[in-house]
Design a protein around this ligand. Structure first.
Ligand code: M6R
Length: 612
């Protein structure tokens, strides 16, 4: 939700800001803007729509000698995506600018007061109040003015501020929205997320809530917002590199990320299991045996695709560990009565580690004494910093807004957790555990081999259904959440209305929808509920429905029943969700491409949802 980038140092700033914005565009693409110091003034450029529109405006200033500036890419909250509402926003003099990610909750009251004091507003955004509020307090020191202004602000913010009166200084501050500094010799950067920093440095400093950073060419310092006292910060090294966040010849990030899944899954389990003995280690949980055995319930909290991973995990954990598991959508969890204590392990799941609702759920759980172990992809993100422990998914940077490799890596992490807890509780026999470990170890090679064929077959099916208005996805057992995930993928990138259903639920209502215009995709691996799914599909067929099936190689029934089918190799039944989601990812990708949709940046969405 909005991306911020800033730089001060010895290099020319405009190319750095543009490169940073390109790498943050997945956070919002309603408008883009940047500002830099030019002589004794600030030069500000803004354009509605995607970054490309801003880039086209900048041809003549790209080579500006300026070496300090800020950039912003917007996901609109207050005010439509117009140029006037694009960041940076200025004060009345035009000599002070602010870029912001978050929501200023009391902006209305502040705006009215500032207007009464004579300030003139030029946008409908909540952000603009920050520029005028800092202006109100500004005498000769920007840091003091920012601190005083922020005392009056309620809500979430990550901000960058630049003032022509102190043209060698960038000021940044954070409260409930992510902000990370990139530090290197001769210059410092600030950004909403790590990919923007990677071309320049892998040395980063994460800001915490209520902290303020002062960046100059040769120095950086972090202060506490409340009292202005310095805070000692740790510089961390990130093991991602710039090329990991590039398309590497693929047409879209999403396609690249689908093909990266075998490697990402391998990286997620590597070093955590021993194929010889079937032993699994997860030291990052940070709980002793006695504490782990004392866990009476597991509570999984997440949004979107990460919630689907949690739904699969419920099947695994309850079956193999025998502990009750509840799964909540984070925005519901945070507003219902929670029954948590130290015997409950709460697991927030998040690719970005910054999702506002998931983070709020985590904080509530901690307050109530629960043990919080997150599953997360971004090292150092807020969710990881606030959890008692984190099982990292090693998916590498995921840039496509539609989550693919992060999802299969979350499933891998849950599979490892299931094996680990089963090992501790003695609920999975060593022989079975060894077989499950072996199956996971063999999975990346199987996926690697199957992916090109799956893309081809999905593309052929996509051609037949690209004009559909609706789609139904059916699954049972641990493939029911995969049906939900397939439907989410399709709707978010192709804008086709799609629903995921538990196949057994069909006759309780949705079967009324079946006709030739409602394609039904059913997941039918040869597992314990296979026969049930087949019966449900027969019911669709009897009503003249158009059927696509995903099932096991050699399954003649599927080939007879379905108008289109994709067959997958037989693997350990528990791993089916990881394999069966692949054709659904491809199908949505291919349909969206045929419809000319913007696969990596679907309309209205942002990858990292840092507001409620
Ligand atoms: O970063 P998170 O995993 O917390 O994000 C959660 C959802 O916003 C995310 O999974 C979203 O649903 C994706 N766009 C799905 O492809």
């Amino acid at each position: 939700m909005c991306g911020i980038v800033g730089y001060v140092g010895h290099r020319k700033v405009v190319p750095i800001l543009l490169e940073g914005l390109k790498r943050l565009e997945y956070r919002g693409y309603d408008s883009a803007g940047l500002v830099y110091v030019s002589g004794d003034k600030l030069a500000k450029h803004r354009a509605r729509g995607k970054l490309i529109n801003l880039e086209e405006m900048l041809d003549e200033v790209r080579d500006s000698a300026s070496h300090i500036g800020l950039g912003h890419t917007r996901w609109a909250t207050h005010g439509p995506p117009t140029e006037a509402n694009a960041h940076p926003h200025s004060d009345c003099t035009g000599r002070l600018v602010v870029v912001h990610n978050g929501i200023i909750e009391n902006y209305h009251v502040l705006r009215e007061k500032l207007k009464a004091n004579g300030h003139v507003f030029t946008s409908e955004t909540d952000t603009e109040v920050l520029a005028h509020l800092i202006e109100e307090h500004l005498k000769d020191d920007l840091v003091t003015a920012v601190r005083q202004a922020l005392k009056k602000v309620e809500g979430s913010y990550a901000i960058g501020v630049l003032w022509a009166g102190q043209p060698d200084t960038l000021v940044a501050a954070r409260n409930q929205s992510p902000l990370v500094l990139g530090v290197q010799e001769g210059g410092s950067l600030l950004a909403s997320d790590i990919p923007a920093l990677l071309p320049y440095t892998n040395q980063v400093v994460f800001l915490e809530d209520q902290e303020l950073a002062v960046l100059k060419e040769g120095s950086w310092q972090v202060l506490r917002l409340s009292n202005g006292k310095p805070v000692k910060k740790e510089v961390q090294t990130i093991d991602w590199n710039a090329s990991m966040a590039e398309k590497a010849g693929f047409k879209h990030f999403m396609l690249k990320e689908i093909f990266e899944q075998p490697q990402a899954i391998l990286s997620t389990f590597r070093g955590r299991l021993d194929p010889e003995t079937g032993k699994v280690e997860l030291p990052e949980i940070g709980l002793g045996l006695a504490e782990l055995k004392n866990i009476k319930r597991i509570s999984l909290v997440a949004c979107g695709t990460s919630w689907h991973a949690a739904l699969v995990a419920k099947y695994w954990l309850e079956k193999w560990v025998g502990i009750p598991v509840e799964v909540d959508i984070a925005s519901e969890f945070r507003y219902r009565r929670l029954l948590l204590d130290e015997t409950v392990m709460v697991i927030p799941i998040s690719q970005s580690g910054e999702t506002a609702d998931t983070l709020a759920g985590l904080r509530l759980a901690k307050k109530m004494g629960a043990r919080v172990i997150s599953i997360c992809n971004v090292v150092g993100s807020t969710i990881t910093r606030e959890s008692h422990g984190t099982i990292y998914t090693h998916a590498g940077p995921e840039i496509g807004v539609a989550s693919t490799k992060a999802f299969t890596c979350q499933l891998t992490a849950f599979y490892l957790l299931t094996l680990y807890l089963g090992q501790i509780h003695g609920t999975i026999k060593p022989k079975e555990r060894k077989a499950m470990v072996k199956a996971l170890v063999e999975l990346p090679a199987i996926m690697e081999e199957e992916l090109p064929r799956l893309q081809q077959e999905s593309a052929a099916i996509a051609a037949a259904f690209a004009d559909s208005r609706d789609f139904l996805y059916l699954g049972r057992g641990s493939c029911f959440p995969i049906a939900l995930e397939g439907a989410l993928k399709l709707k978010e990138i192709s804008y086709i209305h799609a629903e995921g259903y538990a196949a057994g639920e069909l006759k309780h209502g949705p079967i009324a929808l079946i006709d030739r215009d409602m394609p039904v995709l059913a997941l039918a691996p040869k597992d314990g509920v296979y026969e049930k799914v087949v019966s449900n599909v027969e019911e669709v067929k009897a009503r003249n429905g158009r059927i696509i099936m995903v099932g096991s190689k050699g399954d003649r029934t599927i080939q007879r029943m379905a108008e289109h089918f994709i067959l997958l190799p037989k693997i350990h039944e528990e791993l089916n969700p990881i394999l069966y989601v692949l054709p659904l990812q491809f199908l949505s990708y291919e349909i969206a491409s045929l419809r000319g949709c913007d696969v990596d940046q679907p309309r209205n969405l942002a990858k990292s949802v840092t507001v409620e």
